[in-house]
Design a protein around this ligand. Structure first.
Ligand code: GRE
Ligand code: ZN
Length: 324
């Protein structure tokens, strides 16, 4: 079955240094191997894809990417360069690669312009942002211009984890809990809820948020969010839709990245519906072949498997259903 994967990372040697914070949490050997694959497209990546039966990778700049650049001008210039680079890779392998824009949200107006250029001129199919940008989250009113642009272009915004701004006391003495194993998911789920309660989806009802890792736990907690929202008398917040789950069911799309397990997959389908679940592998941090084997054998109807493997991606990303 055709497979399009949505959380597939790369970097350029020039941008590799931004990942030093990530390097610290990964074991040196694992990171060295991942680094080789992040910078490669044809020697390892395409053969890995072929061996596993993966048709298309939608590429994105690995965490934390441009979000880690303190200087807005530098970040903006690097965004243009890396998106041009990405478009070049896609042009060389148009049936195998697609891509998400990297955005320098340090300058929101320029980031919106770059999103428009990326989609309309470079053929990219949305944007991927790695967590906060210098402490600013995506519900910041200053970033409305980016949501407005994404909604007008009808492209999704993929929120990928990275290290949080600060360390919560609950992690003290337990550095193993910081990073992709645990804290990234908590940070990213919280970030997504800021968008709901910050009214982003009231202002941009057709905005589409993508989360990896089977929704970072959110599909599991929909009922409790709604129940405690009422218990706390909605904290005096007025949202247009009645419950938090209404936004998550409407505006949230989740990918299977880094979650090769039927329990969260079935939970996500029950919570959000199969139309909101998309395949991803989290290459090179996870195995493409394990992810492909998992989705091929997961306990799904063939109609749902097709949606998750490629049909939802074709419609969400406006990818033409070309089947080479
Ligand atoms: C990920 O994307 O899941 C990831 C990184 C960096 C290190 C480990 C990891 O981006 O899982
Ligand atoms: Zn990832």
């Amino acid at each position: 079955m055709r497979k399009i994967a949505l959380e597939e990372h790369f970097f350029t040697p020039e941008l590799a240094d931004y990942s030093s914070s990530t390097k610290a949490i990964a074991s040196t050997r694992a990171w060295a191997e991942a680094s080789r694959r992040l910078a490669d497209f044809t020697e390892k990546r395409l053969p890995d894809m072929d061996a596993a039966g993966l048709d298309v990778q939608v590429l994105s700049l690995t965490a934390p990417g441009l979000q880690a650049e303190p200087d807005a001008k530098v970040a903006t210039a690097k965004a243009t360069a890396v998106n041009d680079f990405l478009a070049g890779i896609i042009a060389e392998h148009p049936t195998r690669f697609s891509g998400f824009c990297a955005l320098a949200l340090q300058d929101p107006g320029k980031a919106a312009d770059e999103l428009e250029r990326g989609v309309t001129q470079l053929g990219l199919c949305g944007a991927l942002v790695n967590a906060h940008t210098q402490g600013v989250y995506l519900d910041d009113p200053g970033l409305s211009v980016v949501w407005e642009c994404a909604e007008a272009l009808d492209v999704p915004l993929y929120l990928h984890p990275a290290n949080g701004v600060d360390k919560s006391h609950v992690f003290s003495g337990h550095p193993e809990l910081e990073g992709p194993m645990w804290s990234w998911g908590v940070d990213t789920a919280t970030h997504a809820l800021r968008l709901v309660f910050g009214g982003v989806f009231d202002r941009y009802p057709n905005a589409k948020l993508l989360l990896g890792h089977m929704g970072e736990g959110l599909p599991y907690v929909l009922w409790r969010l709604d129940s405690r929202w009422d218990f706390h008398n909605r904290h005096g917040i007025e949202l247009q839709l009645e419950y938090p789950s209404h936004y998550l069911r409407r505006n949230l799309f989740v990918t299977t990245s880094g979650a090769v397990s039927s329990a969260p997959l079935l939970c996500s389908i029950l919570a959000l519906g199969a139309d909101h679940i998309l395949f991803a592998t989290d290459y090179p941090f996870e195995s493409i072949s394990k992810a492909c084997e998992f989705i091929a054998n997961a306990p799904l109807s063939e109609a749902d498997r097709e949606k998750i493997c490629f049909r939802n991606a074709e419609s969400l990303l406006n990818v033409k259903p070309v089947h080479p």
